[in-house]
Design a protein around this ligand. Structure first.
Ligand SMILES: Cc1cc2nc3c(=O)[nH]c(=O)nc-3n(C[C@H](O)[C@H](O)[C@H](O)COP(=O)(O)O)c2cc1C
Length: 358
């Protein structure tokens, strides 16, 4: 019986990095930065405190990879200036002091942009197709994106490279390329948003090309021992009901391609890790596990000891977003097998306000 096990409090080693348990703080955008693209102090305090309170893995929010078209939300952070690097360095040092492993997540929003939020004031995407739904934060339609040119593709890749260098300088143990949730890389992976006729569109290998180019370009500028993870999902923040991959075999083809890349783990993002995926009897983690031997991270409604142990039957690390955001004692509560309930998304909305966390 899964509940009789206690895998969650066993260590895991990837490369030279030992996670002292299997619980991580999921990446969470907090939209607290000013024009300097540096988050408010309470965001840093939150990350350090969660390491202090027992999480072995601490993700940053998704950082924006360039100053041209990459930003998707107000108040997002970046890691390419000395001031940004110096500020994050204090955070990675503090996380390390608490025996935590720090991961910088970074993204390009692609077509999930706001009018006027980026200096270039233009939204770019694999193809000139906007999401169907309105932007929930503005109530307005998403801007019509332009199909990315060769320059745009190279510029986007370079944004990941420059931010990766920033993460190295800031002392992060690892970095994660955000290929999930309907943002730029995910837009390339899916025929829902990618109808290109060139080498970046059409067959799975072509749609995967940008992801591969970003992974390899980033890998070339980070130390060998630095962790490199890739996050992927079958759903996007806009048009959430759409399955971004046609079926289980297309998903597994993508995972098989990822498996050949120089990455150290795959993070699978779901709403609920227990739900059967596509039209199979298997969960996303189980389907993913069949296509790769890489360590797997899973996220989505893991809210107590039982769900964490269940998730760890098929994955190696579990991530929590809402539960660990809203409950500072989450790790202790798991240790004590306390009865806990999942939180609703609305309860996490205060992460988007100016109110410091308690
Ligand atoms: C406030 C908030 C911000 C988030 N920001 C990000 C993000 O920057 N990058 C990312 O990959 N996922 C982000 N997510 C998704 C979470 O990482 C996670 O996949 C999702 O909330 C499901 O996990 P949960 O059921 O434990 O909340 C965010 C979630 C929340 C609640």
């Amino acid at each position: 019986m899964a509940t009789e096990k206690n895998i969650i409090f066993s260590p895991l080693t990837i490369k030279k990095h030992t996670f002292h348990n299997r619980i991580g703080v999921a990446p969470m955008t907090r939209m607290s930065s000013g024009p300097d693209s540096i988050p408010r102090k309470d965001v840093f305090d939150f990350l350090v405190r969660r390491a202090e309170k027992g999480a072995s893995l601490i993700y940053t929010e998704a950082m924006v990879t360039d100053y041209e078209s990459a930003q998707g939300y107000p108040g997002q952070s970046r890691i390419t200036s000395q001031q940004q690097i110096d500020t994050w360095k204090k955070v990675t040092d503090a996380i390390r002091k608490h025996n935590g492993i720090s991961m910088m997540q970074f993204f390009h929003c692609g077509r999930m942009a706001y009018d006027g939020i980026n200096p270039a004031n233009r939204a770019i995407a694999p193809s000139a197709i906007a999401p169907s739904q309105d932007n929930p934060l503005t109530g307005e339609p998403y801007p019509q994106p332009e199909a990315m040119s060769r320059f745009d593709i190279d510029h986007a890749i370079n944004g990941f490279v420059e931010s990766a260098k920033g993460a190295v300088a800031a002392g992060f143990d690892g970095i994660e390329i955000h290929g999930a949730h309907g943002y730029l890389i995910n837009q390339f992976l899916s025929t829902y948003s990618n109808t290109r006729q060139d080498g970046y569109g059409g067959p799975v290998e072509n749609r995967f090309r940008l992801a591969s180019e970003i992974i390899r370009a980033v890998k070339a500028v980070i130390p060998e021992e630095m962790l490199l993870f890739f996050r992927i999902s079958n759903w996007g923040i806009a048009d959430m009901e759409v399955s971004l991959f046609a079926d289980a075999s297309e998903w597994q083809e993508m995972i098989t391609l990822l498996n050949k890349e120089p990455i150290d783990a795959i993070s699978v993002s779901t709403y609920d890790f227990q739900v059967a995926a596509f039209d199979t009897d298997l969960t996303m983690t189980q389907l993913t596990r069949k296509a790769t031997d890489l360590p797997l991270l899973i996220c989505g409604k893991i809210y107590d000891h039982h769900t964490a142990e269940l998730a760890l039957e098929d994955a190696d690390l579990v991530l929590s977003a809402k539960s660990i955001l809203l409950n500072p004692d989450f790790v202790d509560d798991l240790r004590n097998k306390k009865e806990l309930k999942p939180f609703e998304s609305e309860e996490a909305n205060r992460a988007y306000t100016d109110e410091p966390l308690p």
